[in-house]
Design a protein around this ligand. Structure first.
Ligand code: ATP
Length: 249
């Protein structure tokens, strides 16, 4: 299996706080990999290191074979990244936002036009091209942000809690798009705290207080603990981690 993203003993400390604690994982090319954990567990910090936006305190990682410490510029060219607070220009239209990002990525005009058309269709934004981004509802904004992140045809897409605070119908539509992208061979790393979203990922890992508690396919994890939902898997992981730390100390 070819790995699109790997990391080994990835660690980030902020003063005394260990935000990411020795995380190792491998993400197969073309898969949807869900990164699960409650608020403050270290998901965004891990993602920022993998995108080459933040240096690890220790450990290593690669994205498409590029070293996250040395090749961050190359990584930025080959990935699409949508942060929790994705930035759209609210006073620009849907079409103008896409033009702006096409310019940032240095797409030539005919390519930009072609990609724009494809992405507007993919995101279901047809007919809304002239609408101001600021007037779109949460779900549409998020699909526009995703389209902007895909303009340069990245092979890897990294999404940091893309559906936080979005209504259930929009979340479902957004995930349909994620699955379409995966079918096209794009690797997707997506953080979430919604278990229903995690259920549809090819692989998931649970992170808690910076530590990776376990990973596998959703079915493997449920089978392992003889439970029928991921919420219960997570509870098992946390219980085991806490009893492990009690017996250690
Ligand atoms: N730049 C920073 N300086 C100091 N502490 C930070 C910094 N960034 C994150 N942290 C801390 O590191 C821990 C992990 O935060 P992180 O944002 O990675 O978690 P998260 O799982 O993404 O949660 P959320 O969904 O709330 O963003 C938190 O305790 C957070 O306060």
């Amino acid at each position: 299996m070819i790995m699109a993203i790997t990391c080994e003993n990835l660690t980030k400390k902020f003063g005394n706080l260990v935000a990411v604690d020795n995380i190792s994982m491998s993400i197969p090319k073309g898969s949807i990999y869900g990164f699960l954990g409650p608020n403050g567990s270290g998901k965004s910090t891990t993602i920022r290191m993998l995108c080459g936006l933040m240096d690890p305190t220790s450990g290593s990682g690669t994205v498409l074979g590029y070293d996250i410490r040395k090749d961050s510029e190359k990584i930025k060219h080959h990935i699409g990244y949508m942060s929790q607070k994705f930035s759209l220009y609210e006073e620009l239209t849907v079409s103008e936002n896409l033009d702006f990002y096409a310019g940032i990525y240095g797409l030539d005009p005919s390519k930009a036009l072609h990609r724009k058309k494809e992405l507007v269709e993919m995101a279901g934004l047809t007919g809304r091209e002239k609408q101001l981004a600021g007037k779109l509802s949460g779900g549409w904004k998020q699909r526009l942000a995703l389209s902007c992140a895909l303009l340069h045809e990245p092979e890897v897409l990294i999404l940091d809690e893309p559906t936080a605070g979005v209504d259930p119908v929009s979340r479902r539509i957004f995930w349909d798009v994620i699955h379409q992208l995966s079918e096209q061979g794009i690797t997707i790393l997506v953080s979430t705290h919604y278990m229903d979203e995690a259920e549809t990922c090819d692989y998931i890992s649970f992170i808690f207080f910076g530590r990776l508690l376990g990973n596998g396919t959703p079915q493997e994890l449920k089978d392992h603990y003889h439970v029928d939902n991921l919420e219960d898997v997570f509870i098992q992981f946390v219980t085991n981690a806490e009893s492990g730390s009690e017996s250690d100390g």
